[in-house]
Design a protein around this ligand. Structure first.
Ligand SMILES: CC(C)(COP(=O)(O)OP(=O)(O)OC[C@H]1O[C@@H](n2cnc3c(N)ncnc32)[C@H](O)[C@@H]1OP(=O)(O)O)[C@@H](O)C(=O)NCCC(=O)NCCS
Length: 173
């Protein structure tokens, strides 16, 4: 848990560089994104060790309106710049170094227990959604309020409902 949380904190602080000493401590104490990822990591750790997660799940919901299934897989370096309204369904996978903005939803399709998969470095813009057992390829960008219903290749930008690829050779830092 701690290496993953460390990676999360580093990515959530990256917009505030240089970020050392007292400034770093103050940011860790005050940034919503860091509070949210810390609760998420604790919840996932408890779930993976067979411990009750109800208090952590309630704290995530009360403070952030975030609901993340205990059976979702969350890679290190999770960045939540505006942590609110995020829902991650059972058996969804969020790869390393993904960015999830407010109101991102990774949800199940009816009749299929497999949730969406985000490969590494995926950027889900504000209100973006993925439905069912779709895979969003590494480093892809999903536009604001778009709804992904089919697989998206790596290094793509996809927008709209349903999301269509408008660029397929992007590079992200
Ligand atoms: C997806 C995104 C990265 C595309 O940016 P871009 O590569 O600069 O693309 P453009 O703005 O040139 O738009 C290209 C086309 O896609 C359309 N488009 C862009 N974003 C769209 C969206 N979210 N939904 C539907 N269509 C969209 C544009 O209207 C344009 O259409 P056109 O070619 O018919 O004129 C950007 O629109 C976006 O949604 N970024 C995420 C922003 C965000 O979530 N910020 C976090 C909150 S601070």
């Amino acid at each position: 848990m701690l290496p993953d949380l460390q990676a999360d904190i580093e990515r959530n602080l990256r917009d505030y560089a240089p970020c050392t000493g007292l400034r770093r401590i103050m940011l860790c104490l005050t940034l919503n994104s860091i509070h949210a990822v810390t609760l998420i990591r604790l919840q996932q750790w408890c779930a993976s060790h067979g411990l009750p997660t109800i208090i952590l799940a309630k704290l995530l919901f009360w403070f952030f309106k975030i609901e993340i299934s205990a059976t979702a897989t969350i890679g290190p370096g999770l960045r939540l710049p505006h942590p609110m309204g995020i829902i991650i369904a059972p058996n969804a996978t969020v790869g390393p170094d993904c960015d999830l903005y407010a109101d991102v939803r990774l949800v199940l399709a009816h009749g299929n227990p497999q949730g969406p998969t985000l490969e590494s470095g995926v950027f889900m813009g504000d209100g973006a959604k993925a439905v069912g057992a779709v895979t969003i390829g590494a480093n892809s960008v999903i536009g604001v309020s778009s709804v992904v219903t089919k697989n998206i290749p790596a290094n793509s930008t996809a927008v709209g409902i349903p999301a269509k690829v408008i660029a397929n050779d992007i590079t992200r830092t």
